[in-house]
Design a protein around this ligand. Structure first.
Ligand code: NAD
Ligand code: IPM
Ligand code: MN
Length: 355
């Protein structure tokens, strides 16, 4: 029976504006492709909830979310009212950890007709995946302060990498490369400067690579890797990175294809013992929130990734065809892509282009 329970969490800022467009496209896809959606909208994990309750989510948030087939998430953060480290650690970062969504899968693709900020690049030249470790690494709350407020003040924060956590993200990246034509993995490292964890990461990459003789691999230090994303984006196929490096690369990659506004992500628990979560890469964009001009494509593309995960590949592919049709049309694109449409016009255009 193709009925999917979806938890919908819009969040803050433009999250609340792009979410209705993502849902509009999902509902239209459901009608066309013969499945149904059972949506539960949650009014927590946003900074208005924090203003009322002094925390981002109810204590029993897990019970309230229950056991959906997937979570569809917008964006969280309103730094004017809640410090970012509180709003994010009590929402999206908590979901990723509590649900053990240890893969953050983020495509980088230049779409036909989209103005590319890099000279001379055609669609097809830029088409790769960033596989970001999503539960450990540089994102830890391990550390502390000493002698606060004095000239001797010290602050320390640890990077925590586990063998289990590192091997499973590397394995995922090599498995993903196997499904691709070029079968190539690039590892983001910094083993010259980060002299304990990153040489160890490099060793784990070599060990994993030995199990995949049919997949080629290389590595770049993160600094030059950023430069390579700009100079030679055609070089990449699957890029695997630690939590922080993957975060940086997954804004840089989409920016090289026109805008971060189109970029989606899948926070996946591959074992499917817990729900996976689908969200745009971008944040709540306070600078444009409330104007109705945000690009909804990141949310819509995230819907396509969610349908792929749910086992509806035809509907997912249909959404991507509709996205391509709309992106190629300046009158249907939003302003971040030199278009003239607003959020709702763009979202409606994708829904109407679906077939
Ligand atoms: P941001 O992604 O919200 O915005 C960065 C820039 O990109 C802004 O100029 C914004 O206007 C633009 N932009 C982003 N999405 C866009 C879209 N869909 N269409 C058009 N333009 C778009 O990043 P930020 O400014 O660093 O963060 C703002 C808030 O969002 C902070 O609270 C931050 O912590 C949070 N944040 C949340 C998530 C998440 O929920 N997963 C992700 C990133 C940032
Ligand atoms: C992302 C965001 C988050 C991250 C922030 C908001 C904590 O930038 O999803 O890329 O760093 O993971
Ligand atoms: Mn980010």
């Amino acid at each position: 029976e193709r009925n999917y329970k979806i938890s919908v969490i819009p969040g803050d800022g433009i999250g609340k504006e792009v979410m209705p467009e993502g849902v509009r496209v999902l509902e239209r896809a459901a009608g066309l492709y013969g499945f149904t959606l059972d949506q539960t909208w949650h009014d927590f994990a946003n900074c208005d909830y924090y203003a009322r309750h002094g925390q981002m989510m109810p204590d029993d948030w897990k019970a309230q979310i229950g056991d959906p087939h997937a979570i569809f998430f917008g964006a969280v953060g309103w730094p004017d009212t809640v410090p970012d480290h509180i709003s994010l650690w009590q929402s999206i970062l908590q979901f990723r950890r509590e649900y053990d969504q240890y893969i953050n899968l983020r495509p980088v693709r230049l779409m036909p007709g989209v103005p590319c900020p890099l000279a001379g690049r055609e669609p097809g030249d830029i088409d790769f995946w960033v596989v970001r470790e999503n539960t450990e690494g540089e994102y830890s709350s391990v550390g502390g302060k000493m002698f606060p407020g004095t000239p001797r003040e010290i602050v320390m924060q640890e990077t925590v990498m586990t063998r289990h956590g590192t091997e499973r993200v590397l394995r995922y990246a090599f498995d993903l490369a196997r499904t691709r034509e070029r079968r190539h993995v690039t590892s983001a490292t910094k083993s010259n400067g980060i002299a304990i964890s990153m040489p160890w990461w490099d060793e784990r990459v070599e060990e994993m690579a030995a199990h995949y003789p049919d997949v080629t691999h290389d590595k770049y230090h993160i600094d030059i890797l950023c430069a390579q994303f700009v100079m030679n984006p055609d070089r990449f196929d699957v890029v695997v990175a630690s939590n922080l490096f993957g975060d940086i690369l997954s804004d840089l990659g989409p920016a090289c294809t026109g805008t971060i506004g189109v970029a989606p992500s899948a926070n996946i628990n591959p074992e499917r013992t817990t729900p996976s979560l689908f969200e745009p890469v971008h944040g709540s964009a306070p600078d444009i929130a409330g104007k109705g001009i945000a690009n909804p494509i990141g949310q819509i593309w995230s819907a396509a990734m969610m349908l792929e995960h749910l086992g509806e590949p035809d509907a997912a592919a249909a959404i991507m065809r509709a996205v391509e049709t709309v992106l190629a049309e300046p009158g249907l694109r939003t302003r971040d892509l030199k278009g003239s449409a607003d959020t709702e016009q763009c979202g409606r255009a994708v829904a109407e282009a679906l077939s």
